[in-house]
Write a new protein. Structure first.
Ligand SMILES: *[C@@H]1O[C@H](CO)[C@@H](O)[C@H](O)[C@H]1NC(C)=O
Ligand SMILES: *[C@@H]1O[C@H](CO)[C@@H](O)[C@H](O)[C@H]1NC(C)=O
Ligand SMILES: *[C@@H]1O[C@H](CO)[C@@H](O)[C@H](O)[C@H]1NC(C)=O
Ligand SMILES: *[C@@H]1O[C@H](CO)[C@@H](O)[C@H](O)[C@H]1NC(C)=O
Ligand SMILES: *[C@@H]1O[C@H](CO)[C@@H](O)[C@H](O)[C@H]1NC(C)=O
Ligand SMILES: CC(=O)N[C@H]1CO[C@H](CO)[C@@H](O)[C@@H]1O
Length: 418
């Protein structure tokens, strides 16, 4: 299970195939400019909704037809710019073709009364997390570089997306058994250097791995250093699995033991047992779906949507595409565009729909192509919102802002949390 998680629960990773293409060294990284701008806000002073819950999404910076001006801010309290990355020289860098995009993002967030976060890492962007925090000197260099960048560009907070401490992640991450200890020291230093920035972290569905290779049993010190974590409860089943299953299950304790691969319910139990308070946990949900052939053949994954094209080039580690290179990934809007579901979220005619009560997951099946899709819709987002409220969690974080269709998913989860 841990092995599977290290590969899979990294949604920003599985989805990040397009990132590889864009984030090559041919793009000039904007140099962090010396700061003199922006008065930092109070710690944890995110624009909370009336009931104080976090409604967050990640904004992926590489879609040519989903730019900052396309973000619909309504319904969100926090929006994270995805991503900045630790560099081999131990500083933070943002690799984008248009450096003005970052300032457009933070300015638009302010205008819309939404708090802006800078996400650091991601599946493709965690190669140098470990080396950047490995020594006191490196932590200091890295933390100061981030603080300077965040202040220069007017961010309200930072979101650490290290996938994953003490794991090789995409396959070629720097790593050390001391990663999680160093991560904590880094968070504590970051708090001192930037006391007015909100600090969060995106995590797996089980706690960070300690020096023994097992999940830590006490993460309370991490909780004191962070405002909240986003537990990435997706990619539980995917093209790495041996059978088809729900991509982002709400529950799995109702499933047979072999099918208990993790869920929002199991994640809440694992993190709270290790001392992370429920009110600092937010559930990361996804507007992405996964298409699989029912006669499940890993070498024959269906093609994804236009935002999730087949991999044709080597990944960040230099490894060639796996299998046929297809991703099988569809954003929620693409399920509508692709004729699986209608504009109101119902199953389209000619398709077969079902709703799995245990995992609270809709599936849609195209009999003419034998493609089965595990996805999320307003009904499953409503169930997740109810769980968030009932379990006393901090809120939700959605990957990614551009995946929704006319705000249907976000409206559903917000209404259920209210
Ligand atoms: C982006 O472009 C793709 C490909 O043309 C299209 O299918 C999709 O609807 C567009 N999405 C948005 C959000 O404009
Ligand atoms: C510290 O950072 C430098 C880059 O500035 C890197 O070369 C070195 O390997 C790092 N130290 C460790 C122990 O990872
Ligand atoms: C943080 O905010 C407080 C009050 O808003 C302010 O007094 C303080 O100077 C700020 N600290 C830094 C390091 O900017
Ligand atoms: C998860 O499933 C278990 C076992 O069926 C059930 O007792 C529990 O209420 C479910 N939890 C939620 C939040 O649906
Ligand atoms: C949803 O859309 C379908 C097809 O477009 C339509 O037949 C159905 O009446 C709609 N349902 C609702 C509740 O609007
Ligand atoms: C606390 C706070 O600032 N809340 C605001 C968050 O943003 C929404 C939508 O823009 C406002 O209505 C709230 O007043």
């Amino acid at each position: 299970m841990l092995i599977a998680l290290s590969l899979l629960s990294a949604l920003p990773l599985a989805l990040a195939a397009p990132t590889c293409t864009l984030k090559t060294s041919s793009y000039a990284a904007p140099a962090p400019t010396p700061s003199s701008v922006s008065t930092p806000t109070n710690p944890s002073s995110g624009n909370t909704t009336t009931n104080g819950m976090i409604s967050m999404a990640w904004y992926a910076d590489w879609h040519t037809n989903f730019t900052v001006s396309d973000i619909s801010w309504a319904g969100y309290t926090h929006m994270a710019f995805f991503t900045a990355q630790p560099s081999s020289s131990g500083t933070v860098e943002v690799l984008i073709s248009d450096p003005t995009m970052v300032d457009q993002f933070t300015a638009a967030a302010k205008t819309n009364n939404v708090k802006s976060l800078l996400t650091i890492g991601g599946w493709d962007g965690s190669l140098y997390w470990s080396s950047s925090v490995a020594t006191a000197q490196n932590r200091s260099t890295f933390a100061n570089s981030i603080a300077q960048y965040a202040q220069a560009h007017g961010f309200d907070g930072l979101d650490f997306d290290w996938e994953y401490p003490a794991k090789s992640g995409v396959g070629c991450n720097t790593m050390s058994p001391q990663d999680s200890d160093n991560f904590l020291s880094f968070m504590q230093e970051m708090r001192q250097i930037a006391p007015n920035l909100t600090l969060s972290a995106a995590t797996s569905i089980v706690p960070w791995v300690g020096s023994t290779g097992s999940p830590l049993t006490d993460v309370s010190k991490y909780a004191s250093s962070l405002d909240w974590i986003e537990v990435m409860n997706y990619d539980v089943y995917g093209d790495f699995s041996s059978v088809t299953g729900p991509n982002s299950p709400l529950n799995d304790t109702c499933a047979s033991s072999t099918d208990q691969q993790g869920s929002a319910v199991s994640a809440i139990a694992a993190w709270t047992k290790a001392g992370f308070p429920a009110n600092k946990l937010s559930t990361a949900v996804t507007g992405n779906s996964l298409n699989l052939y029912t006669t499940f053949d890993k070498t024959n994954i269906p093609i994804g949507d236009s935002w999730s094209p087949p991999s044709t080039t080597a990944d960040v580690c230099g490894n060639p595409p796996v299998g046929n290179g297809n991703t099988g990934i569809y954003n929620f809007w693409a399920l509508i565009e692709g004729g699986f579901i209608t504009q109101n979220g119902t199953v389209a005619s000619g398709m077969v729909g079902m709703f799995d009560e245990c995992s609270q997951t809709p599936f849609v099946y195209n009999p003419s192509t034998s493609v089965l899709v595990s996805y999320d819709d307003p009904q499953s987002f409503t169930a997740k919102g109810q769980l968030i409220k009932q379990a006393g969690l901090a809120g939700f974080a959605m990957y990614e802002a551009g995946g929704d269709y006319k705000g249907m998913l976000v409206q559903a989860i917000n209404s259920a949390m209210a």
